[in-house]
Design a protein around this ligand. Structure first.
Ligand code: URP
Ligand code: ZN
Ligand code: ZN
Length: 465
C-alpha cells in the first residue's frame, strides 16, 4: 500500500486549525500528528510533500455544476473532462453535477445519459443530482429507486415555463415523496410565469440589452418564490435546499424559515458575492457574459449574502458552473437578452475567491472550509469521505499557498470557455498541489492527472438535518 506524508503545513478543516503532518495510506487519510512528534517522525513513506508555509486543506466540494448541459439550443462548453480538470486546478476534488430528465422521458434515461457523458472522463470524483422536468406518478416512483442507489437530491424549477418548470402541485407532490424517501429537494426559486410576462413586455418596448435580464428577474419574484417553496416544503414535511440565492429578501425568507426551526438551507455562488448588475450593464454586448439565473443583483445585496454565510442562514457556496463561450454562444442573444444562454463559468475560481474573502475579512479560515468543503459534503451525503481531513476520509487534499498572488484571466484558466467572469481580478492565495484519493492530480502547479481517474460517487441522504 503506497504511503504519502505531507509535512510542515497548517491543516485547516471546518472545525480545526492544527500544525500537523498528515499520513496517507492507500488513498485514505491514515493519521495526523503534530509536527516533530515521535509519531510524525517515525512515519516511513514512498512520497513526502513539504507543505511548510502552506495550508493543507480538504479538497473542495462543488455541489452545483452543469457540464455539457443543454440550454437554449446549445451546450455548456465544459465537458466532464475539461470541467473536472479545471476543477482540480482550482482545488475542487468533488463535483455534484445535474443529470436532466427530458420532458416525457424517465429519470432513468436522463441518468443513463449523464453517466455516459461522465464515465471514464473525469479527473476528480463526481456524483449526480437529478433535475425533475416532468413530475408525474411514474417519475415520483422512480425517485424512490434513485434515492436507494445514491441519487439523493432532486432539483425542481419554479422558473423556465415550458422547459424545466413545475407547478405548485407538482412541487408539492415531489416534496411529499422526498419526505418519505429521504431525498432532498433543491429549488430554483424564481416566479417564472411572472418573469416571462415581464420579458415579453421588455422586448416589446425595445429593452433588449443584457442588463434587462437582471431588470425583469425581480428581487420580489425571487423572494416570493422562495417564500412559496418554504411553505410547500413545510406542508409536505420535507427539507428544502434553495440553490443560487442572490437577493437579500430571499436570504430573509430562508432566515425566517430557519428561525421557525424548519429544515431549510440556502446556497449562494461566487458571482453573487463578487459581481453585480454593474457587470450586466457593461458596454456593448459585454453584459451577456454575466447572464445567469437567478441574476446578478445590485452591489448592496452582497453584504447580506456575506452576513448570511457568516451566521449560517446560508450554508454552502457552489459555483453553478454553466459556461457558454461569448463567441457563438452568448452572442445568440444579441438584440434579444432572452436568447442569451443562462450560466457562467467558475468551477476553477471558487476556492480562490473564497480565500480572498478570508483575506478581506468576510469569512474565517474555518468557515471558508466549512462552506466550500464540509457543508456541501454533509448536505449531499458524502461526509466524512469527502469534505474533511480525518482518519478514514478519502485523501482528497489541497496544498494551498496563502501568500501567492495571482491574476484571474481567461488567458491562464483551464475552463473551456473564451472569457473569465473575473478577468483581471487580483487575488491572494493559490493551489499548489492537489491529491485525489492520494493520487497527485496537480503537482507544483502542473497537471499530472488523467481522464478516468475520477470515479462516480453514489451518495447517502442529507446529513445536515
Ligand atoms: O443561469 C444558470 N443558473 N444556469 C444554469 C441552470 C440553473 O438554473 O442552475
Ligand atoms: Zn437554477
Ligand atoms: Zn444550476
Amino acid at each position: 500500500m503506497s504511503r504519502t506524508v505531507i509535512h510542515g503545513g497548517l491543516v485547516v478543516t471546518a472545525s480545526d486549525e492544527i500544525h500537523a503532518d498528515v499520513l496517507i495510506e492507500g488513498g485514505r487519510i491514515a493519521a495526523l500528528a503534530a509536527h516533530g512528534t515521535d509519531a510524525a517522525t517515525s512515519w516511513s513513506a514512498d512520497r513526502r510533500i513539504d507543505a511548510t508555509g502552506m495550508y493543507v486543506l480538504p479538497g473542495g466540494v462543488d455541489a452545483h455544476t452543469h457540464m455539457e448541459m443543454p440550454f437554449g439550443g446549445t451546450y455548456a462548453a465544459d465537458t466532464f473532462e475539461t470541467g473536472t480538470r479545471a476543477a482540480a486546478w482550482g482545488g475542487t476534488t468533488t463535483i455534484v453535477d445535474f443529470a436532466i430528465q427530458t420532458m416525457g422521458r424517465s429519470l432513468r434515461e436522463g441518468l443513463d445519459t449523464w453517466h455516459a457523458k461522465a464515465d471514464g472522463k473525469c479527473a476528480v470524483d463526481y456524483g449526480f443530482h437529478m433535475i425533475l422536468s416532468d413530475v408525474d406518478d411514474s417519475s415520483l416512483k422512480e425517485m424512490d429507486r434513485l434515492v436507494a442507489e445514491g441519487i439523493t437530491s432532486f432539483k425542481l424549477f419554479m422558473a423556465y415555463p415550458g422547459v424545466f418548470y413545475s407547478d405548485d402541485g407538482q412541487i408539492l407532490r415531489a416534496m411529499q415523496r422526498a419526505s418519505g424517501n429521504g431525498g432532498l429537494v433543491m429549488m430554483h426559486a424564481e416566479n417564472g410565469i411572472a418573469i416571462d410576462v415581464l420579458v415579453e413586455q421588455a422586448l416589446a418596448e425595445g429593452r433588449t440589452d443584457p442588463r434587462y435580464h437582471g431588470d425583469v428577474r425581480k428581487v420580489a419574484l425571487e423572494a416570493e418564490a422562495t417564500h412559496r417553496a418554504v411553505q410547500l416544503a413545510r406542508v409536505a414535511g420535507a427539507p428544502l435546499y434553495v440553490v443560487h440565492v442572490s437577493a437579500d429578501e430571499a436570504v430573509d425568507e430562508i432566515a425566517a424559515a430557519r428561525h421557525k426551526g424548519l429544515p431549510v438551507f440556502g446556497e449562494t455562488c461566487p458571482q453573487y458575492l463578487f459581481l453585480s448588475t454593474d457587470n450586466l450593464a457593461e458596454p456593448g454586448f459585454e453584459g451577456a457574459k454575466y447572464v445567469c439565473s437567478t441574476p446578478l443583483r445590485p452591489r448592496e445585496h452582497q453584504e447580506v449574502l456575506w452576513r448570511g454565510l457568516r451566521n449560517n442562514e446560508l450554508q454552502v457556496v457552489s459555483t453553478d458552473h454553466c459556461p457558454f463561450c461569448f463567441s457563438g454562444q452568448k452572442e445568440m442573444g444579441r438584440g434579444d437578452f432572452s436568447k442569451i444562454p443562462n450560466g457562467m463559468p467558475g468551477v476553477e475560481n471558487r476556492m480562490d475567491l473564497l480565500h480572498q474573502a478570508v483575506v478581506d475579512g468576510h469569512l474565517s479560515r474555518r468557515r471558508w472550509i466549512e462552506i466550500a468543503c464540509a457543508s456541501p459534503a454533509r448536505m449531499f451525503g458524502l461526509y466524512p469521505k469527502k469534505g474533511t481531513i480525518a482518519p478514514g476520509a478519502d485523501a482528497d487534499v489541497v496544498i494551498y499557498d496563502p501568500g501567492a498572488e495571482q491574476t484571474i484571466s481567461a488567458e491562464t484558466h483551464h475552463m473551456a470557455v473564451d472569457y473569465s467572469a473575473y478577468e483581471g481580478r487580483r487575488v491572494t492565495g493559490q493551489v499548489r498541489t492537489v491529491l485525489s484519493r492520494g493520487v497527485p492530480v496537480i503537482e507544483d502547479r502542473a497537471y499530472v492527472g488523467h481522464a478516468g481517474h475520477g470515479t462516480y460517487l453514489p451518495r447517502g441522504t442529507c446529513q445536515y438535518l
